[in-house]
Design a protein around this ligand. Structure first.
Ligand code: DAH
Length: 394
């Protein structure tokens, strides 16, 4: 049986014309080399429609597939063989020239070729994709032996260090930490602290007023008043209240319009001045060394009675007298006293039944003494050279 593509049965004229057109077109788009070669081979061999031709195309395609080295090559090959103008499509088109009875077998062959080639191309694609990924991984490898840039770690601010140290100490004694608003009511800052509107003590604590009722708090004693009021008359109370405070002041080496206090308050039955003394001595020793002693000097605060100033023996000279303690052997560190009965009463407590002590520590003062800082303004100017001298702790 002769197929229309055999030597004894030349190609129909329309097929010849089509071949020439295709070759010309391929020359124009630059794909002429491979494709025209293939087409011309079939054309001159005169085997356009033979089964043998199907096998040839397959072998040719597979060997070219083998040689593909990139996904781009593969894509080109796919278009070349499986595309609309490829040899397989041509075989399909020319099937109509076959005798009817030969068409099914030939069609099956061509389909099988098409599927085999498509599958082989997909397999190859998987291989090439993996290859390309591996090549990229190789190229984009990071050299981890190169030393990295060190991140610039900041230090903890000295005031925070001192505040945390005091907090830790008191937490160890069973106190809890309470905070309050910096924009405070006149009521808690003054009235409840036993400093009524016309009291001359207000002059010493002039501050920044928001309006007639609200101001920037002048002391953490305001937090003490809030704590007393909350859940009143609940006892015992054991709190420390750290925070920023403000006063109208001219800034210099020892004065600042903003500073930091840590307030302490204990209220319960039978709380005595000796309890205050014992507590403060313990704190002074922890902060400034085990050999420290403290002394009380009589003082005056509106919210305590009696009131005391507390001095600690100088940690630089041990009490002999040196520039740090101005030759006195003592350094003043805080104000304290027994909570005034008026304060207790205003907050709903019966001063006949409960008593309490309170104290207010200036954090700047403690930090200046501990670290030998000579100017309070250093804490607020954020000079990096100053801040860097405080070692970081975790
Ligand atoms: N509030 C006082 C001040 O700012 C410090 C102070 C003194 C607080 C005695 C107290 C205290 O709690 O009992 O100067």
């Amino acid at each position: 049986m002769n197929s229309p593509g055999s030597e004894s049965d030349p190609l129909p004229i329309h097929s010849v014309i089509m071949r020439i057109k295709v070759c010309r077109k391929m020359k124009q788009d630059g794909t002429a080399n491979v494709r025209s070669f293939l087409h011309l081979c079939f054309f001159f061999a005169g085997k356009e429609m033979s089964m043998e031709n199907v096998t040839n195309i397959k072998q040719e395609a597979l060997s070219r597939l083998e040689a593909c080295e990139s996904l781009a090559d593969l894509q080109e090959l796919r278009v070349l063989y499986l595309g609309k103008k490829g040899p397989i499509q041509d075989l399909m088109k020319s099937m109509k020239d076959l005798p009817k009875e030969e068409r099914p077998a030939f069609g099956q062959q061509v389909n099988a070729l098409k599927q085999a080639l498509a599958a082989a191309i997909e397999d190859k694609r998987t291989v090439l994709e993996e290859k390309e990924i591996n090549e990229r991984l190789q190229q984009e490898k990071i050299d981890i032996t190169l030393e990295g840039r060190k991140p610039n770690l900041g230090n903890i601010h000295p005031l925070t260090l001192v505040q945390k140290e005091i907090e830790d100490l008191f937490i160890g004694l069973g106190y809890s930490v309470e905070e309050g608003p910096e924009v405070e009511l006149d009521f808690y800052n003054f009235e409840r602290a036993n400093i009524p509107k016309d009291h001359p003590a207000r002059d010493m604590q002039d501050t920044f007023y928001i309006d007639m009722e609200r101001l920037l708090r002048t002391h953490t004693t305001a937090i003490q008043m809030r704590v007393l009021e909350k859940d009143s008359p609940r006892t015992p109370i054991k709190v420390i209240c750290p925070g920023k405070v403000y006063r109208r002041d001219d800034d210099d080496a020892t004065h600042s319009h903003q500073f930091t206090q840590v307030e302490g308050l204990v209220v319960g039955e039978n709380i005595r001045l000796s309890d205050l003394k014992g507590t403060l001595e313990f704190v002074a020793r922890r902060m400034f060394g085990e050999k420290r002693v403290i002394r009380f000097r009589p003082s005056y605060f509106q919210f305590t009675e009696p009131s005391v100033e507390v001095d600690v023996s100088c940690h630089m000279c041990g009490g002999k007298g040196c520039p740090t303690c101005k030759g006195t052997g003592w350094i003043e560190i805080l104000g304290a006293g027994m909570v005034h009965p008026n304060v207790l009463r205003m907050a709903g407590y019966d001063p006949e039944k409960v008593s309490g002590f309170a104290f207010g520590i200036g954090a700047e003062r403690v930090a200046m003494l501990k670290y030998g800082i000579d100017d309070i303004r250093h804490f607020y100017t954020n000079d990096i050279r100053f801040l860097k001298t405080f070692t970081r702790f975790e």
